[in-house]
Write a protein that binds this ligand. Structure first.
Ligand SMILES: Cc1ncc(COP(=O)(O)O)c(C=O)c1O
Length: 391
């Protein structure tokens, strides 16, 4: 069946980081970009219409505040989708989840403190810790039956011996697409509770979940968790509007909230731009149908990718994502060093992927592919991947 997600949209010369930085990033414009996490689909019409409406009816682009209707839209979305009971006071705004990572590091820890993350994980987890003069402690994820699992004993050992102040979790996990189970989240949270570690959960991919998996927002599991869990999220990933640069922080505990607000005041980063407010409200109020269609399409893409690897490259180990639109696969069969590996895919396959090593030492020999694109582009990308594996 035809879908409007099949449309191949020309994103060249739109200042797209994914499409318009190929020369700088890969040294060639011939490369098909399947890297940074935005989608090649049109942003939902309901969002574009809301933005047009703002431009038509609001001739002055002056300073804006978050309207009551936006708070309501966020509260309703979180209640309906994730069984999260939010109050208005618990919601802070931030220009992005990555800026929020820096914010939590600065608000909750001091220079030289230890902050723990998984390995591998989304690269800014590391850079926002080190750029702010804190120390990264990694807990390696193990791959079991082609899925990442946490090492709770090892985490506890590090909590016991290394004075960890903060754990930053990625749920669902980028790059592996694991939608952490409630049991796993309870085990991790109980360790944080026991050792007085603040738990920050980046849930930006929490609305991009494949059947039959179910996403659990960690703070909703137990009321006790509201005291030490802080949630970072946004509508921007779900509704393909990352360029509007806006996100939310959900923080119930007053002490933690005060620390975040004080830190935001240091750089006046507590507000977001006019278009971010409008886009997020429209997406949460009116974007449900688009999201359902998008997830259907992504499931189709994922099935195609899984089938491709099973039939064309059966020796390649692929981590099948339970959520997100990212596929993590092992390319060690090529026998190349990490840097040469990405370059091989660029030069031979003419495909731009994310290097696994950028996600931490455990990402060595892996590559990450973004499958949120038209089926035509996806098939072309897979053809190039096969060529790179076989030449
Ligand atoms: C886990 C994770 N967190 C945060 C971000 C980016 O968030 P933002 O654009 O709001 O800074 C991404 C984007 O890929 C991501 O995968």
């Amino acid at each position: 069946m035809e879908s409007h997600f099949d449309e191949v949209i020309n994103r060249l010369e739109t200042n797209s980081i994914k499409w318009d930085t190929l020369e700088d990033r890969y040294g060639s414009t011939e490369v098909l970009p399947m890297w940074i996490a935005d989608m090649d689909f049109k942003t939902p019409k309901v969002v574009l219409d809301a933005l047009k409406n703002t431009l038509e009816n609001c001739p002055v682009l002056g300073y804006t505040k978050a309207p009551d209707s936006l708070y309501e839209a966020i509260i309703d979305w979180q209640q309906q989708k994730h069984n999260m009971s939010l109050t208005r006071e618990a919601i802070l705004f931030s220009p992005g989840v990555v800026p929020s990572l820096a914010l939590v590091v600065n608000a909750f820890t001091s220079p030289e403190d230890n902050v723990m993350i998984h390995d591998p994980v989304y690269p800014p987890f590391t850079s926002m810790i080190t750029a702010n003069q804190r120390k990264v402690l990694r807990s390696e994820l193990t791959i079991k039956d082609n899925q990442f699992v946490m090492n709770f004993e090892e985490i506890e050992q590090q909590f016991k011996t290394k004075d960890v102040k903060l754990f930053i979790l990625c749920n669902p996990h980028n790059p592996g697409g694991r939608v952490w189970s409630k049991d796993e989240l309870i085990q991790l949270s109980e360790l944080c509770y026991k050792y007085k570690v603040i738990l920050v959960s980046d849930e930006i991919h929490g609305d991009l979940i494949f059947n039959p998996h179910r996403f659990t927002s960690v703070v909703t599991i137990d009321e006790r968790y509201q005291d030490f869990v802080v949630t970072l999220t946004a509508a921007t990933k779900t509704f393909n509007m990352a360029g509007t640069k806006n996100s939310m922080i959900y923080v119930y505990n007053e002490g933690l909230r005060n620390l975040l607000v004080q830190e935001q005041h240091k750089s006046e980063q507590s507000g977001i731009n006019t278009f971010g407010y409008v886009a997020t409200e429209a997406a949460y109020r009116l974007g449900d149908d688009w999201l359902a269609d998008c997830l259907d399409y992504l499931e189709g893409n994922l099935a195609l990718v899984v089938d491709f690897f099973a039939t064309e490259l059966p020796e390649v180990m692929v981590v099948k994502p339970q959520g997100t639109y990212l596929v993590w696969f092992n390319a060690s069969s090529l026998g190349l060093e990490d840097q040469a590996l990405t370059q091989h895919f660029v030069e031979v396959g003419k495909i731009g992927l994310n290097a696994g090593i950028d996600f931490g030492p455990a990402g060595s020999q892996f590559l990450r592919m973004n499958i949120a694109t038209s089926r035509t582009t996806l098939v072309e990308g897979l053809k190039r991947i096969k060529y790179a594996f076989t030449h």
